[in-house]
Design a protein around this ligand. Structure first.
Ligand code: LMR
Ligand code: MN
Length: 434
C-alpha cells in the first residue's frame, strides 16, 4: 500500500526548525545567520524574532558583549510587540522577563518598567509580575513608585510577602516611618518567601528595630543574617565585600602600612583646618547636607574632595593645600570605594547606627575642630572614642558605627578613606566604584 503523501511543511516552519536545530547543536554563529534571514523574510512571524533574541543572548554571554545584549533586547522587543498575536501567556511572560533581566543589567530601568507594564496589562492577576515591577523601581531608587505599586498589590493581595517587604522599605526610606515599616519588614523576612531573602532586607529590618530602640531584636535579626552568610559578623554588615580582608573596628596607623602618608597629613593639620574654616566662613553654602537619612536629629554636612577615586575639581580648587597633600597619598585619593571629605557636625546631632557599604576601605578621621571632646562620641561596634584636635584615628566603617554630638559647638574633621591594605593591586584596579 502506498504511504500517504506527507503533508508539505510550510517553508517558514521548515526554516525555523532548521535554525532551532542549529541552536541545539550549539552552532550559534550559523543559527544567528539563519534567524537573521528568517526575520528578514518573515518579519511578521513572532517566533523568528524570539529565536533571534535567544541566540543573541547566548552569544552575549559567550562573547561577554554588551552590544549583543542590546541586540537581544531589540529582538525581544520586536517579539513582545506582537502582543495578542502571541497565544502562549507563558512564552510571552518568559520572554518579557528575559528582556527585563537584560534591561536591568544594562541599567535601562525605565525601559524595563515599560516591559513590566506590558506584562501586567496582559496578566493583571499575577502578583509576581507586580512585585517584579516594584523591584525594578527599588533598583532605580524610585521609592515613590515602589510605594505606589506595592500599595496597589496589597489592596488585591494583602498577605503577599514581597509586596509587604517593598511597602515597608518605602515607608522606611521615604517617610522615615520606622514604627509603621517594621511589622511589614518583619512579616516579609520571616516568611522566607522567594524574593524576601537578601542581605539588604535583613539589614533594613534590623535598622528599623534599632531606630525603635529594640536593640536585642535587631541583634537577633543580624544573627540570622550572619547564619545565612549575608553578613561577615553581627557588627560588620557591609554588602559589597571582598573575602579574606582583616577586619576589626579600630586600626593603628602602623598596622595599615600608610603610617608615613598619615603622619604627613597630620603634620599639616592646621593648614588643612584653616582651609576648611575659610570655606565655612563663606556662609557654609559649599557644604551639602548628608542625604542618606542616617540622621536621627541635628545638622551634619560634608564637602567632598575626592569621590570614587576621582578629584572633585571644583571643590579642590577652593582647598588647594589639602588637595595637594592628598595627591601624595594615592591609596586614599585614588580609592574608588571611598571618599575624602570635610565633615562638619553641629551640636545636638545624633547619627543612627549604620554600616558603610564595603569592607574594601578603612576610614581615617583627622580632627580639625573639636572643642568639647567629652560631649561627642563615635561608637564602632562595642568601642567608643571621641575627637581631639590635631589627632587622627582610623576605623573600619563597614562595622556598625553611631555618632553623638551633645555639646554646643560644631565639630569639624577631614575624613579620608583608604584602600584596605590587604587588597592586591589587581583588586584595587578592578573593583567597581562605590
Ligand atoms: C561616619 O562615617 O558615619 C561618621 O564618622 C562621619 C562623621 O562625620 O563623624
Ligand atoms: Mn558612616
Amino acid at each position: 500500500a502506498a504511504a500517504p503523501a506527507a503533508e508539505k511543511e510550510d517553508p517558514f516552519e521548515q526554516e525555523l526548525r532548521k535554525a532551532n536545530e542549529e541552536m541545539i547543536r550549539e552552532n550559534h554563529a550559523q543559527a544567528l545567520r539563519s534567524f537573521n534571514t528568517l526575520t528578514q523574510h518573515y518579519a511578521h512571524e513572532p517566533l523568528a524574532h524570539l529565536g533571534k533574541a535567544r541566540v543573541l543572548e547566548i552569544l552575549a554571554k559567550a562573547e561577554r558583549s554588551n552590544q549583543r545584549v542590546l541586540e537581544a533586547i531589540e529582538a525581544y522587543k520586536r517579539y513582545l510587540a506582537f502582543g495578542e498575536l502571541v497565544t502562549s501567556d507563558q512564552e510571552f511572560t518568559a520572554a518579557g522577563n528575559k528582556c527585563i533581566e537584560h534591561l536591568r543589567f544594562m541599567g535601562f530601568l525605565q525601559q524595563a518598567v515599560n516591559i513590566h507594564e506590558l506584562l501586567i496589562e496582559r496578566l493583571p492577576r499575577d502578583t509576581k509580575l507586580r512585585n517584579q515591577l516594584s523591584f525594578t523601581h527599588l533598583m532605580a531608587n524610585n521609592l515613590r513608585q515602589v510605594e505606589k505599586v506595592a500599595a496597589e498589590t496589597l489592596q488585591l493581595w494583602p498577605a503577599d510577602a514581597v509586596a509587604q517587604l517593598h511597602f515597608g522599605l518605602a515607608l522606611m526610606n521615604l517617610h522615615s516611618d520606622y514604627a509603621q515599616a517594621q511589622p511589614y519588614l518583619q512579616y516579609a523576612v520571616e516568611s522566607q518567601a522567594e524574593g524576601t531573602q537578601e542581605a539588604y532586607f535583613y539589614l533594613s529590618l534590623g535598622e528599623s528595630l534599632q531606630r525603635l530602640s529594640r536593640q536585642s531584636e535587631a541583634l537577633e535579626v543580624y544573627g540570622k543574617g550572619v547564619a545565612k552568610g549575608f553578613f561577615a559578623s553581627l557588627y560588620q554588615r557591609s554588602l559589597y565585600n571582598e573575602p579574606r580582608l582583616r577586619a576589626k573596628p579600630f586600626w593603628q596607623p602602623r598596622e595599615t602600612g600608610y603610617e608615613r602618608q598619615l603622619e604627613r597629613l597630620q603634620l599639616d593639620w592646621r593648614s588643612i583646618r584653616d582651609e576648611a574654616l575659610a570655606l565655612l566662613g563663606r556662609g557654609g553654602s559649599y557644604f551639602a547636607d548628608e542625604a542618606e537619612r542616617l540622621r536621627d536629629k541635628g545638622v551634619w554636612q560634608q564637602y567632598e574632595l575626592y569621590a570614587q577615586g576621582r578629584q572633585v575639581k571644583d571643590n579642590c580648587r577652593r582647598t588647594p593645600i589639602t588637595c595637594n597633600l592628598l595627591q601624595q597619598f594615592p591609596a586614599s585619593a585614588g580609592c574608588r570605594r571611598g571618599q575624602v571629605k570635610f565633615s562638619v557636625m553641629q551640636a545636638q546631632t545624633h547619627v543612627w547606627p549604620h554600616c558603610g557599604p564595603t569592607n574594601c576601605r578603612l576610614r581615617a578621621h583627622l580632627t580639625l575642630v573639636a572643642p568639647e571632646p567629652e560631649k561627642t562620641s563615635l561608637r564602632v561596634a562595642e568601642q567608643e572614642r571621641t575627637w581631639r584636635e590635631g589627632e587622627l584615628f582610623i576605623f573600619d566603617d563597614s562595622f556598625e558605627h553611631e555618632v553623638w554630638h551633645n555639646g554646643s559647638h560644631a565639630r569639624l574633621v577631614l575624613i579620608l578613606d583608604m584602600w584596605h591594605p590587604d587588597l592586591t593591586a589587581a583588586q584595587r584596579g578592578s573593583l567597581s566604584p562605590i
